[in-house]
Design a protein around this ligand. Structure first.
Ligand code: PHE
Length: 361
């Protein structure tokens, strides 16, 4: 028996290490550990042993099973890696092949609206800025006048990442406002800033009008002598161009954001046409964005002297803009990847938005 077990172990481990492929390895596994396997058979003999015999043989058989299980797992990992390497080495993708015979894809409404925004704001002298989706709490909150104890932090339903030992947790940015600070830093505290920052944002929230990942566009102007009048004119010009209508009416409602003072929420008026809401007129109001004059503390965090520089900022949900303009009613469908939805609401890749052609092309 003693000899048998040692021999079995040497044989099994030897063939496992020599197994040439995953199929061969599976055969070995069944041979050793399957229902009728050699080790399974040995385990069954334990029941017929005397207690003394079992005390010496039991641990040996179990140790054998463990050693074989481990060897199988080790070899499997090696073979899988080999298989993947071979696959990567053999498969190629020729990006230059013509797309003949392939059903063309469509541009997602969110991408289309982002392009429309870039087009509209480029005409007003704004550059497009970006920032990381995984942010530090300083950029996402503290620099925006939301210190650690600020209640607004809790209101954001933030996703926190696991922190490394002794380090502060990063967050998935809850808004595009941290790009305000990054853009000010990039401009170095001496130059005016005019940017929009479209991108993904995240909050732990999900229903017909909220998804855990959504899109915002941030706008920021820093210069000397900037007033609320500049903010209102810019928003009006933007929304008229975006909805392609001259009868857009805005309503600025006093509001509160920690990073702007004063702050205003902006509603756009709609009319009812055959019971449907159509943007324009003022029969009813829909909230479209948050805005305000950049708070002194935020200007300072951005490296500018608030006694010399002023600015305005706004933040707007891109998905919501797309819904209002193109008539979708369930936000969740945006991110289902359903080809039928994309065919219906998507745009042709050749529909590049231009101001002269009408941004919605
Ligand atoms: N960051 C705010 C939000 O996500 C929007 C906002 C941006 C408000 C800039 C004012 C100025 O709700």
């Amino acid at each position: 028996m003693v000899h048998d077990l040692d021999q079995l172990k040497t044989d099994l481990l030897g063939s496992i290490d020599a197994a040439a492929g995953l199929d061969a390895l599976e055969v070995l596994r069944v041979h050793a550990l399957g229902k009728a396997g050699a080790i399974t058979g040995l385990l069954k003999t334990l029941g017929g042993m005397s207690p003394e015999e079992r005390q010496t043989e039991g641990p040996r058989i179990h140790a054998l099973r463990e050693a074989v299980t481990e060897a199988l797992a080790r070899r499997k990992a090696v073979l899988e890696r080999k298989a993947m390497d071979a696959k990567l080495a053999s498969e190629t993708l020729d990006m230059t092949l013509p797309a003949d015979g392939i059903a063309p894809g469509s541009v997602h409404p969110v991408s289309q609206v982002m392009d429309e925004l870039a087009e509209i704001f480029a005409d007003l002298g704004f550059a497009v800025a970006t920032g990381p989706e995984i942010e530090t709490q300083w950029y996402n909150f503290s620099a925006l006048n939301m210190p650690e104890t600020h209640p607004a932090r809790a209101m954001h339903d933030t996703f926190y990442l696991q922190a490394a030992e002794g380090e502060e947790a990063h967050v998935l940015r809850t808004h595009t406002s941290p790009v305000q600070i990054r853009a000010m830093h990039a401009a170095g505290g001496q130059q005016p800033v005019r940017i929009i920052a479209p991108g993904r944002t995240y909050r732990s929230d999900s229903d017909a009008t909220h998804t855990p990942m959504f899109h915002q566009v941030e706008g920021l102007v820093i210069d000397k002598g900037i007033t609320l009048g500049h903010l209102k004119w810019t928003l009006e010009t933007f929304l008229k161009a975006f909805f392609e209508r001259d009868d857009i009416v805005l309503r600025l409602r006093p509001s509160y954001f920690p990073f702007t003072e004063p702050s205003a929420e902006v509603d756009v008026g709609y009319s009812l046409v055959n019971g449907k809401r159509v943007i324009g007129g003022s029969e009813g109001w829909m909230e479209v964005l948050g805005s305000g004059m950049v708070h002194r503390t935020v200007i300072e965090a951005g490296g500018y002297d608030p006694n010399e520089w002023q600015g305005f900022a706004f933040g707007c949900g891109i998905d919501r803009l797309a819904m209002l303009k193109y008539g979708m009613d369930d936000l969740r469908a945006f991110f289902d990847g359903d080809v039928r939805w994309l065919r219906h609401y998507g745009f042709s890749a050749l529909d590049v938005p231009t101001l002269s052609g009408g941004v919605g092309a």
